[in-house]
Design a protein around this ligand. Structure first.
Ligand code: FSX
Length: 356
């Protein structure tokens, strides 16, 4: 029987039925690519979990990541789960401000030493001692290092936090770095999960937090510290337009017959073959659509350095310079369509990354 401080108890009091709870557990197991037997373990883990203290820090970013997570299908159990997480500090969503907000952050750190999770969005400016972004009289670096020192784990949400994102793009006037680099510069060792995307898919964020809550452990991560459940496959391999690619049917421009017929967007610059994310399967806005379904190629926003790699409207195979950047410098001269994807897949395999 769940105790009266457990998530299960509180959800039951909110009128969430066991059936709805199991449905959520089953959904989480499926999006995390776990066997169906994991449903019970997730349900049990979540039911017994106490409210997880979460401190959310926002640095150099556009607030799209917070916008994304608030666009979770509403009302949903995911929303409720987040209601019952103790979101003790969040620059954008918190009602308090000034000293009261900082006191709340310190109290959460003190009361949950070693157990709280720090979610960070945005990159950290290191140039000029970090003066380009300050909150509560502290540089972002000071706030980050102070906050994570007793954390259980850090979840870097969004490409800015995971890989530097737009602030990191050339010429990077603020000396922006990803969270891992800022922590390394400060000599701090703490487990980091990266959930890139500009912005990230809401379910990738809620699913990852649910996993940590259920199992008290980090999910399986790839070489870029991304959960394999959401970033283990490239968009191209799961894209519903893939059959057109196989048949050589391509849109050559955004208003030609191929575009109107919904053919493959590879030749108008789609970066699906080199972008590892779950947009083609989870989609957006409660599964309504995703960029490719709406007629625009993937920009590769969840990959490191996506902005500087560029070539958003040039096909990978014909824009050799851009393709080289996208696939990590592999030789692509004379590559046929599809070689970019194959080379990138080979490079991942050589690093021991599992393919679907
Ligand atoms: Fe960056 Fe997020 Fe793009 Fe914006 O917080 S990943 S610019 S959606 O807001 O950090």
């Amino acid at each position: 029987m769940a105790d009266n401080k457990s998530l299960g108890y509180m959800l039951a009091r909110r009128g969430v039925s066991r059936r709805a709870f199991l449905k959520y557990a089953s959904y989480t197991a499926s999006i995390m690519a776990l066997p169906s037997a994991a449903t019970q373990a997730i349900a049990q883990g979540l039911a017994q979990a106490r409210r997880q203290s979460v401190i959310w820090l926002s640095f150099q970013e556009c607030t799209g990541c917070t916008e994304s997570i608030t666009r979770a299908d509403s009302p949903s159990l995911e929303d409720l789960i987040f209601d019952f997480i103790s979101l003790d500090y969040h620059h954008t969503l918190q009602a308090v401000s000034g000293d009261a907000a900082e006191e709340a952050r310190h109290a959460a750190m003190e009361e949950n030493k070693g157990k709280y999770i720090v979610v960070v969005d945005g990159s950290v400016p290191l140039a000029e001692d970090g003066v380009y972004s300050t909150i509560a009289g502290m540089t972002n670096k000071q706030m980050l290092t102070e906050t994570v020192k007793d954390a259980y784990a850090v979840i870097s949400v969004g490409t800015c936090a995971a890989f530097g994102g737009i602030p990191y793009a050339d010429p990077n006037p603020t000396g922006a770095v990803p969270i891992t680099e800022a922590l390394e510069a400060a000599g701090i060792k703490v487990p980091v999960i990266n959930i890139p995307g500009c912005p990230p898919i809401p379910e990738a964020m809620t699913g990852t937090v649910s996993y940590v809550l259920s199992f008290g452990a980090l999910p399986d991560l790839d070489h870029l510290s991304r959960p394999n459940a959401f970033f283990g496959e490239n968009i191209h391999d799961r894209c519903y337009r893939r059959p057109f690619y196989e048949r050589g049917q391509f849109a050559e421009s955004f208003d030609d017959e191929g575009a109107r017929k919904g053919w493959c967007l590879y030749k108008v610059g789609c970066k699906g073959p080199v972008t590892y994310n779950a947009c083609a399967t989870l989609k957006w806005n409660a599964g309504v659509s995703f960029p490719i379904q709406s007629g625009h190629g993937c920009l590769g926003c969840s990959e490191p350095g996506f902005w500087d790699k560029g070539g958003f409207y040039k096909p990978l195979s014909t824009s050799i310079g851009d393709a080289g950047k996208w696939i990590g410098g592999a030789a692509v001269a004379g590559a046929a369509i599809g070689a970019a994807s194959a080379a990138y897949t080979r490079s991942r395999k050589s690093k021991g990354i599992k393919e679907a």
